[in-house]
Write a protein that binds this ligand. Structure first.
Ligand code: SF4
Ligand SMILES: [Zn+2]
Ligand SMILES: [Zn+2]
Length: 305
């Protein structure tokens, strides 16, 4: 009896294959194939649910060379035929000495392997300075990742526009979304929270409902190569502590991350949301919540200094 229970536990809940993954929050045990399918289905469901992509859309996938972005490219490539959209990949080279070279190579090779057109843009080319330069020039108390993130968003906008693509897909997963939400809560930035609803802009996050740990496993079983060496600035901000805190909560109370997502969706999908107060940046014309968008603001501050 005990043995059969053990045997049952080791068998995939969807087929007779050998279970290799236990999804604690749902109690599912899945074999490699069913686990992979579940990630692809979850992604496709999120795309439909949040109306992220329409038929014939041109989707530029931001590919950094890390696990999330390459897994996203792999999944979107698989579902693009059924959903009838086009994809091309864009890598932004921030200009971080000793870090970007390897991931750039991994991204190039993987795009070649999937026969996806790959474009490389750099901060140096677009903003006339590398991230390393910008960090040297910063005077305000702003984290490296905040500067980098703001510049990357603008660089992606410029790159996607140049290649004629209207949607930008990034590999942010459920953990990233929760961390960003908590960072915005801690800094009192409710305007940013209001724009976090996954389908609210042309910047889409198809992995919004998928745990980071599941993306890692998906990349591993599908033999997706990725750079595992983190950027040297990664542990500077508060994000690392929030990641550890939420992971600790999830470990003790599985499903906490899904509950947090559901709260984020309820808070950001309301008629009172700031995202209905759309304005255009007076300098670049992009949609923002103030007169000057955060990108223009930061770039002009860096350039002044
Ligand atoms: S860890 Fe921070 S600084 Fe490094 S690439 Fe990512 S966002 Fe940029
Ligand atoms: Zn199975
Ligand atoms: Zn602007």
């Amino acid at each position: 009896m005990t043995e059969s229970k053990v045997f049952m536990k080791q068998t995939c809940n969807k087929c007779d294959g050998k279970a290799v993954f236990y999804r604690k929050y749902s109690g599912e045990r899945l074999c490699k194939q069913c686990f992979s399918n579940s990630i692809i289905q979850k992604t496709a469901r999120a795309i439909s649910k949040y109306k992220m992509i329409k038929r014939c859309d041109n989707v530029a996938v931001a590919v950094s060379g890390g696990k999330d972005s390459l897994a996203l490219l792999y999944v979107l490539n698989k579902i693009s035929e059924k959903f009838e959209f086009n994809i091309e990949a864009i890598t932004i080279d921030e200009g971080i000495k000793g870090y970007r070279e390897e991931s750039l190579q991994i991204a190039c090779n993987f795009c070649k392997q999937l026969h996806i057109k790959h474009h490389v843009y750099s901060y140096k080319k677009i903003f006339k300075l590398t991230l390393d330069d910008a960090l040297d020039l910063r005077t305000a108390k702003i984290s490296s990742c905040s500067i980098c993130g703001i510049l990357r968003r603008r660089a992606m906008d410029i790159a996607a526009k140049e290649i004629g693509y209207n949607i930008i897909a990034t590999g942010h997963n459920l953990d990233d979304l929760i961390q960003t939400f908590m960072i915005n809560m801690i800094s009192g930035d409710t305007k940013k929270i209001s724009t976090m609803y996954p389908g609210s802009t042309n910047k889409i996050k198809p992995f919004s409902e998928i745990y980071e740990s599941e993306i890692v496993f998906f990349a591993y079983i599908n033999k997706i190569p990725f750079q595992s060496e983190p950027c040297s600035h990664m542990y500077e901000g508060i994000r690392t502590q929030i990641r550890e805190f939420v992971n600790m909560l999830e470990q003790k109370h599985s499903g906490v991350k899904n509950n947090l997502l559901s709260s984020i969706l309820k808070l950001t999908n309301t008629k009172n949301s700031y995202r209905n107060e759309k304005k255009s940046c007076m300098r670049c014309g992009n949609i923002c919540t103030n007169n000057i968008c955060s990108v223009c603001n930061m770039i002009s501050n860096i350039k002044k200094s």
